[in-house]
Write a protein that binds this ligand. Structure first.
Ligand code: GLN
Length: 309
């Protein structure tokens, strides 16, 4: 039998949940679609997964929520695994300093988005994954199910329809990049894939486990390799610099880990070689990051000393 280290993450998670419960000011749930606007900002869950698949959790850590932009990490990894560095001819790797749904830099940079985690860049990645697989959202779901061990994990079709009904800005991004020749599929096909991707529902436990390959230097839950060690390092680096949009500097300062947020209120984070985390609380700050989520990760790295710095 394999001996486990005596350290368990449970006491630190319990302590963080108690502290977050006392904290004033939770932010506001995303308001652009009714399904997210209706979320209770007092919900809070957090999970830590070790590289061997052991998971610790607290609060609403088994409650599925809308993963939203967290999925951008997985589509990036799935596409990199297939086409490697060719992807970087179509999307950059620099922080944008602009909101996640911004259009402004695209015209100056010839339809090449700054990075894969702003919406424009994620649309390019999903477009390329669509070309590689024929069904990007299905490839994403298959990956998340395999890594989390949760066969129930799926897309909320009502949320996807709502994303589509309120998707004018993403449609504008898609068409604008297509005008530069940077989108390979018909824009409506791409948008359908992107909206379904955003509408994946998963729990903190599911997403902490699914992020494990980034702590295992590219190795999947079943021991096979998704990314090279170097590619896993690169994805972690892009999460650190671009994963929380125009708040990435503040996130690195407070948390000190590669992380990726979504407007559903979730954030995933990686301690390379050590563990992965996912925290969920639907109240957001004005940049679209979970207020309690960032606070909880801040407390985690402060209390444990685990950080990349
Ligand atoms: N569905 C959202 C959008 O495309 C996702 C954004 C996010 O989670 N930051 O605008």
């Amino acid at each position: 039998t394999k001996s486990k280290p005596s350290l368990t993450f449970q006491p630190v998670l319990d302590r963080i949940a108690a502290e977050i419960g006392e904290m004033p000011g939770r932010g506001r749930p995303a308001a652009y679609i009714p399904a997210l606007a209706a979320c209770d900002p007092d919900r809070f869950g957090m999970a830590v997964a070790e590289p061997d698949g052991t998971v610790y959790g607290v609060g609403d850590w088994r409650q599925p929520f809308s993963a939203q932009s967290i999925t951008k990490v997985f589509t990036l990894a799935l596409d990199l695994a297939r086409e490697g560095d060719a992807l970087w001819e179509h999307v950059g790797r620099e922080p944008s300093g602009n909101p996640f749904n911004s259009l402004v830099q695209l015209e100056y940079e010839n339809g090449i988005p700054r990075n894969p985690f702003i919406n424009a860049g994620a649309l390019v990645v999903t477009d390329r994954l669509q070309t590689q697989t024929g069904d990007a959202a299905e490839a994403l779901i298959a990956f998340l199910r395999a890594e989390s061990g949760n066969d129930q994990l799926s897309i909320n079709e009502a949320v996807a329809a709502s994303e589509s009904a309120h998707g004018d800005r993403n449609a504008a991004l898609g068409h604008f990049m297509a005008s530069y020749g940077n989108i390979g599929n018909p824009v409506p096909v791409l948008l359908n894939q992107y909206f379904r991707q955003c509408s994946v529902e998963a729990s903190c436990a599911d997403l902490a486990l699914a992020t494990g390959f980034l702590a295992r230097r590219g190795i999947r839950a079943d021991g096979t390799r998704l990314l090279s060690g170097s590619q896993a390092k690169q994805v972690n680096a892009i999460m650190l610099t671009c994963g929380t949009y125009d708040a990435a500097g503040e996130f690195a300062y407070r948390v000190g880990l590669p992380g990726k947020s979504g407007v559903g209120g979730g954030i995933i984070a990686v301690v390379p070689g050590h563990c992965t985390l996912c925290v969920w609380s639907p109240g957001l700050d004005e940049r679209g990051n979970s207020v309690s989520g960032v606070a909880a990760l801040d407390r985690f790295t402060t209390l444990t000393g685990l950080s990349v710095f």
